[in-house]
Design a binder for this molecule. Structure first.
Ligand SMILES: C[S@@+](CC[C@H](N)C(=O)[O-])C[C@H]1O[C@@H](n2cnc3c(N)ncnc32)[C@H](O)[C@@H]1O
Length: 209
């Protein structure tokens, strides 16, 4: 993969050419994410924005638990179409946008919870990371929450053929500490459908004001 790769095409191909259950991030056990959402204490009317959602099963789990104000955003329109086909498009608002060059997301009203699993680590350029964290800070309500789960420092250096920037809780705290307090963090080893291990760092932050 070189720098000129068309990332929209890349991710659309990934979601067009693979069975959902075979994707290297497909989850049947949402326990680590649900644990942190539960820790936030937000009720089921909370507005939750899942960034880089792909066709995640997290949306299914949140619907089962009664959450009704869900937004899924992703660069890949195919991923979001797959999600809508599975759960029904009236149950979740889907927004196709680029977190490193947001347009529609900039107009979105602030949310109670920002959830990112395995997206931020694809942003290897400082400028893309800055854009991501600026958007995040402006899109989370006062006293709202941020749940970020990325490859940890023992994790893989490549995912889906793309290089990744790995994180520790200290690194995430450094990025967020001006506006957010770290509430909880833990390491979690995700087992891919292939059986390979992928160590993640899970974090929950609360906005200070
Ligand atoms: C490894 S997948 C994780 C999907 C989902 N969060 C999950 O846990 O199942 C990474 C996702 O990030 C999306 N993505 C990559 N770059 C993006 C960008 N610049 N803006 C928005 N989404 C992006 C991809 O399309 C893909 O769905």
């Amino acid at each position: 993969m070189n720098k000129e790769i068309d990332l929209n095409k890349h991710w659309n191909n990934v979601y067009s050419n693979n069975l959902e259950e075979k994707l290297g991030w497909y989850e049947t056990d949402l326990a680590p994410t649900l644990k942190l959402i539960s820790k936030s204490g937000l009720n089921t009317s909370a507005k939750i924005l899942n960034v880089g959602a792909g066709s995640t099963t997290l949306i299914d789990e949140l619907l089962k638990k009664g959450y009704s104000n869900l937004i899924a955003t992703d660069l890949s329109e195919i991923a979001l179409k797959n999600l809508e086909n599975r759960i029904g498009n009236e149950k979740v608002e889907c927004i196709v946008d680029d977190l490193t060059n947001p347009t529609k997301l900039k107009k979105l009203a602030p949310v109670d919870l920002w959830v990112d699993r395995a997206v931020l680590h694809f942003f290897t350029k400082n400028q893309d990371q800055d854009t991501y964290f600026n958007l995040l800070s402006s899109k989370v309500k006062s006293n709202g929450f941020v749940l970020i789960a990325e490859f940890n420092l023992n994790g893989a250096t490549v995912c889906s053929g793309l290089p990744v920037h790995r994180y520790s809780k200290e690194m995430l705290n450094e990025k967020l500490k001006n506006n957010f307090d770290l509430i909880e963090s833990f390491d979690y080893t995700y087992i891919m459908p292939s059986g390979a291990e992928r160590p993640y760092i899970y974090t929950l932050f609360k906005k200070k004001y």
